[in-house]
Design a protein around this ligand. Structure first.
Ligand code: ATP
Ligand code: MG
Ligand code: MG
Length: 594
């Protein structure tokens, strides 16, 4: 396999494997899959990681980093990565998102099946256990019901400069607390009137340990459990329990959870102590989230772009969502390569967008078939064509390789050549003709000799026609006989340049969507800036192009290198045979620095 660069997370795993930290684990069966493994059977997975999204939006490129990391590490070390929906927040979640998330993970090349088991879980399946564990904490004196107002609680929590103040309810007996907590569960109290809090340390320098709330009253219908519950666990309480029940060994999360780690450990120690969970508990490790220049990675802000119609939906090719990247033409391999290349670190930094594009180019370089497309077409007429070939309607086939020689691995059969016609009229790029050429210009101008790539050498004779605005609408040239590429006379006349072209005889009109960066600011939402103001008004330009027949025959989602223009993909949704639609993925060279 491919060489993997070590990083601090790999070292942690390798160290645990060496020491046999999790070797004695017996599969206890999680609430989600107790039926699959007998209790007490050794765990067949060497490590367990998880990818735990909240199903409240579409995944983005930041999540892709987390997916590649968690599934990749599990794969590399003989483990399993659990796919888990962290659906403990009843208001914001939806099954539409559940399906899109599963699709995205599969498309990226990962799956959650291992050892004959489907490791797909939802946190809400653990609500019963979470409730029992909370009762245990109450009984053991580790939790109490607090009836202060939210405002009182906030004030009494204190801040970095001063310790917190104990709640007047902190001293209640376990029996009183248990009664109150059960009343909360049974719907005897109003939303927001009280919460269950862990009893830890109101003077802790870590604010997260100043008796964090672990259960709140919330009358909301949950997409999985319906109206069974009117109390819901807080994320910080639920997450460690989810990890422990699934016997996760390494729980990787982003740096903003670092301050939560002491509570994560505190909670699992208490529950192991009480016999509700088995040692050794999972451990949390933090890595830096992905920040990508010119890109927003916040589900909430991405949702705003969609709902305010700044883009055409979640899968708009300008969106950094996984569905957007996919429609733009990114490949799973390019995103995996990107995740590998940026690595994991313990400090936040910005990754340049060109790194992502570079990975795409690298992946497509040897895969994407070449083809010619004229994006800004102007007609070129070969005025002597009929004279040379006997008829104006005469056409001839040209052939060119689908992939350059360098892209063919040893022993691999090259794909069949592309075939396209040349005739009296062809489409050329407007920028390839200059009536009065600037110094050093090598393409078409009166008197200059160039090659139509893969076709004939021609000599430009001048402007054929102009429109009312003085814009050139037709260029004239003469074909030079016996100079066709691949024939013995090909080198008999020296051309100053080779230009791309598409024949009027078999070129097909195509809609080409030229995407540019969505934001003009490299850090569109940094420092509380209004990211809407940073939107690039020219992030999409649609042109009518001409493409050669091999491109017009593309299947949806097929990627190509349009010679000299960059990488393009046949749009997954809108491209149909006979009416081609292409998206520009990226240019051939990095243009982000310009
Ligand atoms: P958002 O802030 O966009 O809503 P989130 O962190 O709330 O994202 P979750 O659904 O909770 O989204 O995320 C699932 C996993 O993806 C978490 O483990 C989270 O740490 C990780 N993740 C989210 N954003 C990034 C990012 N930019 N870089 C790396 N990992 C990320
Ligand atoms: Mg979240
Ligand atoms: Mg977040």
């Amino acid at each position: 396999g491919e060489h993997k660069v070590s990083n601090f997370l790999r070292q942690i795993i390798e160290n645990d494997l060496d020491k046999g930290t999790y070797q004695s684990r017996r599969w206890a069966g999680s609430p989600g899959d107790a039926a699959h493994h007998a209790q007490g059977e050794p765990d067949p997975a060497k490590i367990r990681t998880r990818f735990p999204p909240e199903p409240n939006g579409y995944l983005h490129v930041g999540h892709a980093k987390s997916i590649c990391l968690n599934f990749g590490l599990a794969r590399d070390y003989g483990g399993v990565c659990h796919m888990r929906f962290d659906d403990t927040n009843p208001e914001k979640e939806d099954t539409e998102y559940v399906n899109s998330i599963l699709d995205a993970v599969k498309w990226l090349g990962f799956n959650w099946e291992a050892h004959g088991q489907n490791h797909l879980y939802q946190a809400s399946d653990y609500f019963d256990f979470m409730y029992r564990a909370a009762e245990y904490l109450v009984e053991a004196g580790h939790a109490y019901v607090d009836e202060q107002t939210t405002e009182q609680m906030r004030l009494n929590r204190g801040d970095f400069s001063k310790p917190g103040v104990d709640s007047p309810f902190r001293g209640r007996t376990p029996a009183e607390n248990l009664k109150r907590f059960r009343e909360m569960r049974d719907g005897l109290h109003e939303d927001g009137s009280m919460v269950l809090r862990a009893r830890i340390d109101m003077a802790s320098p870590n604010i997260n340990l100043r008796d964090p709330a672990i259960y709140r009253i919330r009358r909301a219908t949950h997409h999985n459990t319906g109206d069974t519950w009117c109390i819901y666990p807080m994320y910080t309480y639920a997450h460690p329990i989810e990890d422990a029940l699934e016997q996760i060994t390494h729980s990787f999360c982003t740096l903003e959870f670092e301050d939560q780690r002491p509570f994560y450990d505190w909670l699992l120690e208490r529950l192991c102590e009480g016999g509700l969970l088995k040692n050794p508990p999972p451990r949390q490790y933090e890595f830096a989230r992905l920040n990508l220049t010119y890109v927003i990675t916040s589900k909430r802000k991405l949702a705003q772009l969609v709902y305010d119609h700044k883009v055409n939906g979640w899968d708009d090719p300008r969106m950094p969502t996984i569905v957007g990247l996919r429609r733009r033409g990114y490949t799973p391999e390019s995103i995996q390569l990107f995740a590998e290349r940026i690595g994991v670190t313990k400090s936040d930094s910005w990754i340049d967008y060109s790194t992502l594009e570079g990975c795409l180019r690298e992946d497509l370089e040897n895969k994407a078939h070449r083809g010619m497309a004229v994006l800004d077409p102007v007609k070129l007429v070969l005025t002597n064509w009929g004279e040379v070939f006997g008829s104006d309607g005469y056409t001839e086939d040209c052939t060119q390789p689908a992939l350059p020689h360098s892209a063919i691995a040893e022993g691999q059969t090259p794909p069949p050549d592309r075939v396209f016609k040349i005739g009296k009229e062809v489409w050329i790029e407007r920028e390839d003709f200059e009536e009065a050429p600037p110094k050093g210009y090598k393409r078409l101008f009166p008197g200059n000799v160039v090659r139509l790539k893969g076709g004939y050498v021609i000599e430009c004779t001048g402007v054929g026609a102009k429109d009312a605005n003085g814009q050139v609408t037709e260029v004239h040239a003469k074909v030079i006989p016996d100079t066709k590429s691949g024939t013995p006379g090909a080198d008999s006349v020296k051309a100053k340049a080779a230009i791309t072209w598409v024949s009027a005889a078999d070129g097909v009109q195509a809609e080409v969507r030229l995407y540019d960066r969505l934001f003009l600011d490299a850090h569109p939402d940094a420092g509380g800036k209004d990211f809407i103001e940073a939107l690039n008004p020219n992030s999409l330009k649609v042109v009518t192009a001409y493409v050669e027949p091999s491109l017009a025959a593309a299947k949806p989602d097929e990627k190509f290198q349009f010679e000299r223009h960059g990488y393009f993909v046949a749009d997954r949704k809108d491209h149909v045979a006979g009416k081609p639609v292409f998206n520009r993925v990226t240019g051939l060279k990095d243009s982000w620095g310009k």
